[in-house]
Design a binder for this molecule. Structure first.
Ligand SMILES: O=C(O)CCC(=O)C(=O)O
Length: 233
């Protein structure tokens, strides 16, 4: 499992496929929450309606869907031992549209926030569950192996400064429905170009401790408007 020695692992055939089927049968209910256009311009939640050609986009928060709750329970059985009182912080779906040509190697929460950027402890794991087969052609997740011990500068990653280094060492594990990619959130990773004519989707679930989930809610501006609307501050 994830540790200071291992940046990522693919756990094969661990999630009940019927739950993934339930998600796929509800795909029409997804609403773009934020995303990048084909020219890679970023549209945050309050501007997303202006984007007419989404290339990569994230859905609304989905942890309330019963099938997502069941998958979260199964994930906690797999990785929950890493945290005190394991919990989910944000579940959403990323869609990588046909024709997306961009990469954006970056690190994830909580280490992308200054207050946890230099923290040694494992504060959470990010889980990617393919909703279809992931291949190099359809833009299966790219990762730079063993990159989780480097302190990548978040601003520099967004500016593309690590793209060459990333592309020189990137791996794209082939994954099937039912598999889970678990990675240390400090691992440099990216959605990859989708050269097929079919969208490539994945469920993203962050597993952490109950306390970190609470702290993240206060720090992460991406979701604060939703918390406010749901009265769940
Ligand atoms: O789409 C993928 O394969 C990776 C997703 C990702 O990097 C993210 O949502 O932060």
């Amino acid at each position: 499992m994830i540790s200071h020695n291992i940046s990522h692992v693919v756990l094969k055939n661990k999630i009940d496929k019927s739950n993934i089927d339930s998600i796929n049968s509800r795909i029409d209910l997804l609403v773009p929450h934020r995303g990048h256009a084909m020219d890679h311009k970023y549209y945050p939640a309050d501007k997303i309606h202006e984007c007419k050609d989404l290339a990569v986009w994230w859905s609304q928060e989905l942890s309330g869907w019963p099938c997502v709750r069941e998958i979260t329970r199964q994930l906690i059985e797999l990785v929950g031992h890493l945290f005190d009182e394991p919990d989910c912080y944000i579940a959403d779906i990323i869609t990588n549209e046909p024709g997306n040509t961009h990469i954006k190697p970056h690190i994830d929460s909580p280490y992308r926030f200054p207050k946890w950027w230099d923290e040694d402890e494992l504060l959470g794991v990010q889980c990617i569950l393919p909703l279809c087969k992931f291949t190099p052609e359809n833009g299966g997740t790219g990762l730079l192996p063993d990159s989780h011990n480097t302190r990548w500068v978040v601003k520099d990653s967004y500016a593309g400064k690590y793209n060459d280094e990333f592309l020189a060492g990137v791996v794209q594990p082939e994954m099937d429905v039912g598999d889970v990619l678990v990675y240390h959130p400090r691992t440099l990773h990216s959605t990859m170009p989708n050269t097929t004519d079919v969208p490539r989707r994945a469920l993203l679930i962050h597993i952490t401790s109950k306390e970190m989930a609470r702290l993240l809610k206060a720090e992460d501006t991406i979701w604060q408007e939703e918390y406010r609307k749901s009265g769940n501050k």
